[in-house]
Design a protein around this ligand. Structure first.
Ligand SMILES: Cc1ncc(COP(=O)(O)O)c(C=O)c1O
Length: 418
């Protein structure tokens, strides 16, 4: 959160005074720090430099074109999961050989588009998908590189909705099936089965689950080698955790220190697909307090943002730190902050909250920043309750740019008829 800081009791994003930004833009909105995005990308790249990895930023975390462009210009590739994400990657002219494509349900048109663009590799999640990609490639007279996404059945110790490397999840292929597929690779003439992909979950705080998954995989790669099946690429996925509350995740250097010994033994091209690590703490969701509502049991800070704008608290019970844009002086007597408040939106659901039981010193008309909202924030927003989606702002030093406009009521009914 280093680029969201108080200066003289006003919260800034880099050198932009967020209170002044609210006056210009209106609330609510998302704001991102370009510097944090780049710092996080570079930290990871530096930590793993001894294996010269290709970092493919995971577009799903924050797919704004300006965010993608910032990272791709710095050398990043992209990890995509849909035709829409490929469309975004093409818009910013991401080099095709830096794009990898995961997802359990790639459709034929999506596969054909990706083959046509010449992406580096598909991360394949099932045998039927492999058959489909092979037949698409045959029709297009192309040969495409494939990594099989292995489900290593490793517990990443994170929220169950973002656990993806356990055998009961829908992701990846179990090792026995993968073994059969690799040994039957000649059946798939138009694909080159040359890689292994792992992604065991998200918001993982320690290197141990990565090391466990990689070690299981390297035994598997060794067995394949004995059968004259050579793997050239290992994609270790994303999942590196960040600080939302009082977690103490390993730093990039600490993750690397534990993971690198296992990777170096393998001598393969290494790919990483971080999303949250790069974008999470680069963004905040900024909103205003519309009403302070006191009830006999609780105080509610009713804000102009809601679960449709930032769904993580409602969906996962996720914690985001919430700060007032103007910090009151410590010796100010402000009776209202004595009460604990729930920070809630106007949507008609009891699950519509951004924070519970917070001690926040703000009154009606005051503004708040919900931190750690740069990943899985705007991208998961919706128009629920016919609420137009909010603008996104990219800050670079003293300059801010509206990189997505606020939707209008007309945008809400675009394409509808009666
Ligand atoms: C295949 C794949 N790679 C990378 C990511 C990015 O994960 P994170 O944002 O935790 O780094 C995800 C997230 O769901 C994913 O499914």
């Amino acid at each position: 959160m280093s680029d969201f800081k108080y200066k003289k009791d006003v919260l800034y994003c880099e050198n932009i005074n967020l209170e002044k930004l609210c006056e210009q833009i209106g609330t609510p909105f998302y704001v991102y720090s370009k510097k944090t995005l780049l710092d996080n990308y570079r930290k990871l790249k530096a930590a793993f430099r001894s294996v010269n990895p290709l970092i493919c930023y995971s577009v799903k975390a924050n797919s704004n074109l300006a965010v993608l462009n910032t990272l791709v210009k710095a050398g990043s590739g992209l990890d995509i999961v849909s035709g829409g994400e490929l469309f975004r990657a093409k818009k910013i002219k991401c080099p095709a050989d830096k794009i990898v494509y995961a997802s359990v349900g790639k459709t034929e048109p999506e596969i054909a588009d990706a083959i046509k663009y010449g992406i580096r590799m598909f991360n394949v999640e099932s045998v039927p998908e492999l058959i489909k990609i092979n037949s698409c490639a045959v029709k297009m007279c192309k040969k495409v590189d494939i990594a099989l996404r292995i489900n290593p059945d490793v517990e990443p110790k994170t929220h169950k909705y973002i656990t993806t490397g356990k055998k009961e999840t829908k992701f990846g292929i179990d090792m026995d099936t993968a073994w059969e597929v690799f040994n039957d690779k000649d059946k798939f003439r138009s694909v080159n089965l040359c890689g292994i992909h792992l992604h065991i979950g998200s918001q993982i705080l320690t290197p141990a689950p990565f090391v466990k998954a990689i070690n299981k995989t390297s035994n598997f790669i060794g067995k394949l080698k004995k059968n004259n099946i050579n793997i050239t690429t290992l994609n270790i996925g994303g999942g590196l955790g960040i600080i939302y509350d009082n977690e103490s995740p390993a730093t990039a250097a600490e993750f690397a220190a534990k993971i690198l010994p296992s990777l170096k033994k393998l001598d393969l091209k290494i790919i990483l697909e971080p999303g949250r690590f790069i974008a999470g703490n680069a963004g905040a969701f900024v909103c205003s307090v519309t009403y302070v509502k006191d009830t006999p049991v609780k105080r509610f800070l009713i804000i102009d943002g809601a679960m449709n704008d930032l769904v993580r608290p409602s969906l996962y019970g996720a914690y985001h730190s919430i700060l007032p844009l103007i910090r009151r002086k410590e010796n100010d007597v402000f009776e209202k902050c004595e009460r604990i408040s729930d920070v809630v939106g106007p949507v008609c659901e009891s699950g519509d909250f951004l924070g519970k039981e917070r001690k926040i010193d703000v009154s009606a008309g005051g503004r708040l920043a919900v931190l750690g909202a740069g990943a899985y924030g705007f991208v998961m927003s919706s128009n629920y309750n016919s609420r137009p989606r909010v603008p996104e702002i990219l800050v670079s030093g003293k300059i801010f740019t509206v990189v997505r406009e606020r939707e209008t009521y007309n945008d809400l009914i675009k394409g509808e008829m009666f």
